[in-house]
Structures are given as C-alpha cells and as structure tokens.
Design a protein around this ligand. Structure first.
Ligand code: FE2
Length: 380
C-alpha cells in the first residue's frame, strides 16, 4: 500500500510505501515526465529544454488511482501521470555522506590468476548465430572486462565478423586491423622473441579505444601465451596497501605519446588511474613504451610518484594477478582496454605465429547488451 501527498506548496511530492518516505521535487518530476509532448515515443529523446519549464513550477493537485499518480503542474496546467513503482525504482531520496575516491561499480567482478572456471567463453558459431548466447556472453564480459570466443575458423579477417555482432571497428593510423605475425626461422630456432609487459593499448589517444580484439590464425611456436590482468583489481590493491600511492596516480597526469610515423604526433595528458568526479575508477592507462614523465608532477611529489608507478607495475606483474592462457588458432579474446591489461610471454622462433587485431568501442557493445536485455531479461 502507498499514499501520496504534496508538501512545500506543491514543490515536493511525498510517496509513502512500506513505511518508507520518498520525496521528489516538482522540477524533477516535470523534467522526467514521460508524456508524448515531453518525451518522444519513437526514440525516447527529450522534446523540451529546461527553459520550457517555468521557474515558478509547482504541483497544484494530485490524484492517486491504484498505482498511477496523476499530477497537475502549474502554471502550465499540464497533467502528467506517473507509475508509483517507476518512481520508487528511481528513488533519489538518499544521502551521500562523502565522496569516496577509488571505488568500482558493484556490477563488476574483480578477478586474479584463478579465473579459468568463470572465464567468459563462447563458441564462435553461437556467438555469430544466437542472440541469446551472445546476450549471456556479453553479460559476463561486462562483469569481467574480458572474454574469449573459441572454435572459430582459422581464417583471416574473421575478427571483423565478430565486431559486427556488437558494434563497429575503430580505425586508427594502424588501419582497420593490425597484423602480429612472425614466421619460423630455421637458421636460429633457439632465438626467442621477447615477451611484452602488461599494458593497455593506445593510452596516447583521447578517448582510448575501449575494446581490443585479438584473433589467432596460426600458432605453432613454443611459448607466447597470452596474459591478462584486471587493472581495477590491481588499482584497488594498491589503494589498500598505500592510499597515498593510489592518490598520486589518480591525481597527476602523465603524458602518453606516440610519434613513430610521418605526419603523426599522438598525445594525451591523463592520469594512470582515471576517476570520475564521483570517485568511481573509470580508466587505467599503463604502457611503459609511451609514458613520458616530465613536469606534470611537482618536485615534492615526484619521488612518491615513481614509487607508486613502480608498485602498481609490481602488483600487476605478480603471477597471482595474471591469468595466463594459450590462444589456439581459431580463438579470439576481447579486452575492455579501459580496465584489463594484456601481455604476452616470450616465444621461440620454432614455429609460425599469426594474430590479427583491431579496436572497437564499448558504446556499441553496451547498446547491443541493452537491446538484448530488453529481449531476454524477463524471460529467463
Ligand atoms: Fe598491446
């Protein structure tokens, strides 16, 4: 059961349900009206600006009929109905004690080396053909920031078929795709190609490509396992161990740069740990090859900054934080490049290796997930 009444001369609507009082401002209610002259029924885009709502706005009357509350706004004399459950779902009547720095959304799952049993993995044909299976995989991908697609064809450009399922390829100066290829070298089979330290890609772009896709076509060389690290988990570990170090990496910008090609100078001044204004950890940028530390950090903080940079790297280099796997031909993995770092172990030149990579962005993937959510979430 619920009851409703007006307060402060119609400036506030109060909803009482289950012994709990929830307040709503008249301006919030008018702005969130869902009638067809306020919100487009076709695309849910707003059809009014704030200037169309009079400053003297108040609610002159309310009528509760079951779960529907009809309000009349003055001076427009406009009637708008709200569903009580919709209002309660969108309750904003709470207090924020203080804004904490460095927290992650409670929908995500932090992980370490021991994630093989929960690894988001899907068969290629299911990924391509089944919306339901894609939805389940996307749900897991968004929790872990990482996922595999297996049993695909050992065929070049298959990665484009994958991206097409949820979004668009992000073309860069490297083209629509990049090749990571080395062939067997019979004259020096003992030669080892060096591993790559855990990193995020392209921190010198703003915005960074938020998804990276790597697809294996050939892999007969010894070694060369792929490694992924949950950067959010590592950042929160750093915060637990030394708050000052977390704060310094999330406060000061460094300069990420790439200028290895003619007519190209990419540069982004950003912190290694980027927080939203509400303190939520949003983006990790970590790539020793493109990090320039010059005068963004003052003298008195520089030593602490280097200690924090080193410690953060050491946390991520710890084997207990790294999930290591071999990417077989026809297998692919996708990382959320704003959260998950990737690395590669060293490998012998005793076989061929051929991977194709490309970038994409999370907006398309999130859109696909929301669309599939509407289709499936109440049907399971
Ligand atoms: Fe990379």
């Amino acid at each position: 059961m619920h009851e409703c009444f007006l307060k402060d001369g119609g400036k506030i609507l109060v909803v009482k349900a289950n012994n709990k009082v929830t307040r709503f401002h008249s301006i919030w209610l008018r702005d969130n009206s869902r009638d067809e002259t306020t919100l487009s029924p076709q695309n849910q885009q707003k059809l009014i600006t704030l200037n169309d709502i009079p400053k003297s706005l108040k609610i002159s009357s309310l009528n509760l009929d079951g779960n529907e509350i009809e309000l009349v706004f003055q001076p427009e004399n406009k009637k708008v109905s709200f569903d009580v459950h919709w209002l309660l779902e969108n309750n904003y009547d709470y207090k924020l004690v203080n804004i904490k720095k460095g927290w992650v959304n409670d929908k995500i799952v932090l992980w370490d080396s021991d994630m093989s049993s929960t690894l988001p993995s899907i068969n290629f044909d299911k990924f391509i053909q089944s919306d339901f299976d894609l939805w389940k995989w996307l749900d897991k991908f968004l929790k872990y920031g990482f996922g595999k697609i297996i049993d695909g064809p050992e065929k070049q450009d298959t990665l484009f078929e994958i991206v097409k399922r949820f979004g668009y390829v992000r073309e860069t100066n490297y083209g629509r795709k990049f090749e990571v290829r080395s062939i067997k070298n019979p004259s020096n089979l003992a030669y080892t190609s060096k591993g790559l330290e855990a990193h995020t890609d392209n921190p010198y772009r703003d915005p960074v490509p938020s998804l990276q896709i790597l697809y294996s076509i050939e892999n007969s060389a010894t070694g060369g396992e792929s490694v992924v690290v949950d950067g959010f988990n590592a950042a929160l570990k750093l915060k637990d161990e030394n708050l000052e170090m977390f704060n310094v990496l999330s406060t000061y910008n460094v300069s990420f740069q790439f200028s290895g090609e003619e007519d190209l100078f990419l540069k982004a001044d950003k912190p290694m740990l980027e927080l939203a204004p509400n303190g939520e950890l949003k983006t990790i940028r970590f790539n020793n090859r493109s990090t320039i530390i010059k005068n963004n950090i003052p003298f008195d903080t520089m030593e602490l900054f280097y200690d924090a940079y080193r410690n953060f790297g050491e946390i991520m280099s710890d084997k207990s934080m790294q999930f290591c796997f071999s990417l077989q031909p026809g297998e692919c993995f996708i990382v959320d490049n704003t959260r998950v770092l990737h690395a590669r172990n060293e490998y012998m030149n005793d076989g061929n290796r051929w991977l194709q990579g490309c970038y994409s962005d999370k907006d398309g993937l999130l859109s696909k997930y929301e669309v599939l959510n509407l289709k499936y979430q109440n049907k399971c």
